[in-house]
Design a protein around this ligand. Structure first.
Ligand code: GRF
Length: 218
């Protein structure tokens, strides 16, 4: 059973789906960089240990980050799952855990790295008169630059006339809730792994993902 840490900053809806769908992994700790993150309550209710680091208790942002990294190192998990963790990771931390950190991003990477992905997808949809309508979410291994690293799997949808940022965000989020636990279970079952800075996936895993509507890379 893989020991997983989930890092959050806010609402925690992906955390909830990871808790509900855990088959091959156990979430041993939820860590937040925000003491007011509602996701902490979700973890508490599920009986999972939580640690939240108050930014104002740390003398600097880097000290705040280091406290979080220290906690992760003490737990020494098999996998670190970023589920809406809104703090840029430091290079040395990423290097130390490379291949053991996965992130979910609400766009079809490499399109729309960074913030406001739904607004940018809608802008492109409008500018292209509806021809550029693909959008969705991505789970990837984390490399040093923000929202980069080998893509593991994506779930796509089509923007519809009348979609707003709100409706699009809702539809993408419900895809995230399916995709993310699926990937984490497959990693924990060793059907997906990180080798030589690439994703390695068995064909049968790819087919299983495809049957659920996921585009599995690697
Ligand atoms: C999700 O849209 C995720 O893709 C992004 O941040 C959001 C987190 O939402 N990285 P939640 O906290 O899991 O509800």
């Amino acid at each position: 059973m893989d020991r997983v840490i989930v890092l959050i900053s806010g609402r925690g809806s992906n955390l909830r789906s990871l808790i509900t769908a855990a088959k091959n992994y156990k979430i041993v700790e939820v860590i937040s960089n925000n003491t007011n993150a509602p996701g902490l309550q979700i973890a508490d209710t599920a009986g999972i240990e939580t640690t939240a680091f108050e930014r104002n208790d740390a003398p600097s942002l880097i000290a705040h980050k280091k406290a979080i990294y220290q906690k992760v190192k003490e737990i020494s998990p098999d996998l670190i799952v970023l589920a809406g963790f809104m703090q840029i990771l430091e290079k040395d931390f990423v290097e130390q855990f490379v291949g053991k950190i996965v992130n979910i991003h609400p766009s079809l990477l490499p399109q729309f790295r960074g913030l406001d992905t739904h607004r940018r997808a809608l802008d492109l949809y409008c500018q292209s008169n509806g021809t550029q309508s693909r959008h969705g979410c991505t789970v990837h291994y984390v490399h040093n630059e923000v929202d980069t690293g080998p893509i593991i799997a994506q779930s796509a949808l089509k923007i519809q006339p009348g979609d707003t940022e709100v409706t699009l965000a809702q539809r993408v989020l419900s895809q995230e809730h399916q995709l993310f636990p699926w990937v984490v279970n497959e990693i924990a079952d060793e059907n997906i792994c990180y080798t030589n800075a690439k994703v390695k996936i068995f064909d049968k895993t790819r087919r299983r993902g495809a049957s659920q509507g996921f585009n599995v890379h690697g």
